[in-house]
Design a protein around this ligand. Structure first.
Ligand SMILES: [Zn+2]
Length: 105
């Protein structure tokens, strides 16, 4: 079983404070069923001073979102969609958009 979301997909946030925002998936954490989307769910972290950064300070980075909170945007029909899996030539597994029935990859 795999996740239906992959790196470089475009996804939309379904719930939480970032609801309705869209962005590019920059990282997927399959074991935790989480994804990181560019410029979404930015969290600020306080860093203690260290050798690289003697000042310390606050850094901003994207926080992971659970996949149940996001939905893939189909690159063919441009709508948020669920994915079904299809087989091409009975062997290659691909993702198919449930809305427009196009193969995504
Ligand atoms: Zn589609």
């Amino acid at each position: 079983m795999g996740l239906s979301i992959k790196k470089n997909d475009t996804a939309i946030v379904l719930s939480g404070k970032e609801k309705g925002k869209k962005g590019r998936v920059i990282s997927v954490v399959p074991l935790k069923e989480k994804v990181i989307i560019e410029n979404i769910n930015i969290i600020k972290k306080h860093m203690k001073p260290n050798r690289k950064n003697t000042q310390g300070g606050i850094i901003s980075k994207e926080g992971a979102l659970h996949i149940s909170k996001i939905m893939l945007i189909c690159p063919k029909c441009n709508k948020p969609t669920r994915i079904s899996n299809a087989l091409i030539d009975n062997q290659k597994k691909v993702r198919m958009c449930k809305k427009c029935k196009e193969v995504i990859d």
